[in-house]
Design a binder for this molecule. Structure first.
Ligand code: AP5
Length: 188
């Protein structure tokens, strides 16, 4: 679509489709899609003290320690496929992570996908039926959404001040939402 360097953050409440849309946009822009949740799930499968702790925290829907998330992000963007750009969903998610991120890199754009609460809950309920993800239970979904509203949403103001935030309506089909996001990156 473009040869410009892209370092794009995708944020939004749980079930807004940030992981789904990160993959689609990454394919279009020719950069890797990084998912902090998936990177952490990978780390959890390796076990050991840290892996077991990550698995425990993810299952209860809390954030893993900021220093763990920061170190995973730092290491991932040093890999050769990410040096000329990336799309990451789910990072940073609070003030402390913003500080770590800002010391490491500068985003070219931040996409915030918005959906009503009921849409989040319905999509995650549907995923629980199909995939059985350990953190897609009613109580844990509620906790994850609370963290988004209390910690992540206020943090986004740092990017808003720089004029790089694009709010995208996440209601509709995957293709509808992808088209809205793609429209942001079509060069005139
Ligand atoms: P993470 O894996 O990032 O989960 P999340 O933030 O809870 O987000 P979800 O995956 O639930 O939703 P999404 O918006 O990505 O939507 P998706 O595309 O998947 O994080 C999991 C955990 O890891 C956290 O709770 C925390 O413990 C830890 N963690 C992650 N980041 C961290 C950080 N920075 N610091 C510390 N800890 C961290 O879609 C959801 C479902 O909806 C799918 O089934 C999908 O197929 C479907 N769907 C998507 N779009 C549509 C559509 N348009 N129409 C219908 N269905 C759709």
């Amino acid at each position: 679509m473009t040869n410009k360097q892209h370092k794009i953050l995708i944020l939004g409440p749980q079930g807004s489709g940030k992981g789904t849309q990160a993959s689609i946009l990454a394919n279009k822009l020719g950069v890797p899609a990084l998912s902090m949740g998936a990177l952490l799930r990978d780390a959890a499968t390796k076990g050991g003290v840290i892996g077991d702790e990550i698995a425990r925290i993810q299952k209860m829907g809390a954030l893993v320690p900021d220093e763990v998330a920061g170190e995973i992000f730092r290491a991932r963007i040093l890999e050769s496929d990410a040096t000329s750009g990336y799309i990451i969903d789910g990072y940073p998610r609070n003030e402390a992570q913003y500080d770590v991120y800002a010391a490491l890199d500068t985003p070219t754009a931040v996409i915030v996908i918005t959906v009503p609460h009921g849409v989040s809950v319905q999509r995650l309920h549907d995923r629980a039926m199909k995939e059985g993800r350990a953190d897609d239970t009613v109580d844990v979904i509620t906790r994850r959404l609370q963290i988004y509203h209390n910690d992540t949403q206020p943090m986004i103001s740092h990017f808003t001040e720089r004029g790089i935030v694009h709010d995208v309506d996440g209601v509709g089909t995957v293709e509808d939402v992808a088209a809205r996001i793609e429209a942001l990156f079509v060069e005139v």
